[in-house]
Design a protein around this ligand. Structure first.
Ligand code: THU
Length: 149
């Protein structure tokens, strides 16, 4: 089991690989699978802009494409190149991807602005009243019961 600090340091390592020549905003993520593996991700930009992939989704898609679908936590760091970091909350699309694979009350989202300063959130705090497969199948009440059990 990785400590929160180890996961944050891994996110800083991932940030070094950020490909962000258009925004110069460098994001790194470290995703801890329940298998104990850590999957690193960085943002990957594109001249056409919309193909850009966020660091968090890079980490998730790496993990899922390598057979891991269960997760404990993700650490995220982000800042403009060469500037002091501040908390970098995940975008809405990345929150939706997290919701596809992670338990809303258990999965931890760790936002760090330095290796020492960080905040820990549960997914439900960041994506309340989210849309999921269960919403389509059984309706929202059933979805709530499913995730509370
Ligand atoms: N970005 C991420 O990597 N994660 C987020 O959650 C928000 C935004 C990236 C996308 C783009 O490369 C840059 O930050 C500026 O939006």
């Amino acid at each position: 089991m990785k400590t929160e600090r180890e996961l944050i340091l891994a996110a800083y390592e991932a940030q070094r690989y950020s490909y962000s020549p258009y925004s110069n905003f460098q994001v790194g993520a470290a995703l801890l699978g329940k298998n104990g593996e850590v999957y690193l991700g960085c943002n990957i930009e594109n001249a056409a802009y919309s193909p850009t992939n966020c660091a968090e989704r890079t980490a998730f898609f790496k993990a899922v494409s390598q057979g891991c679908r269960q997760f404990e936590a993700i650490a995220i760091v982000g800042n403009k190149k060469g500037e002091q970091g501040d908390y970098c909350p995940p975008c809405g699309v990345c929150r939706q991807v997290m919701a596809e694979f992670c338990h809303p009350d258990e999965f931890k989202v760790i936002l760090a602005r330095s290796p020492e300063e960080y905040r820990v959130y549960r997914l439900r705090e960041l994506l309340p009243f989210g849309f999921g497969n269960e919403t389509m199948v059984n309706g929202y009440d059933a979805w709530q019961r499913h995730h509370q059990s």
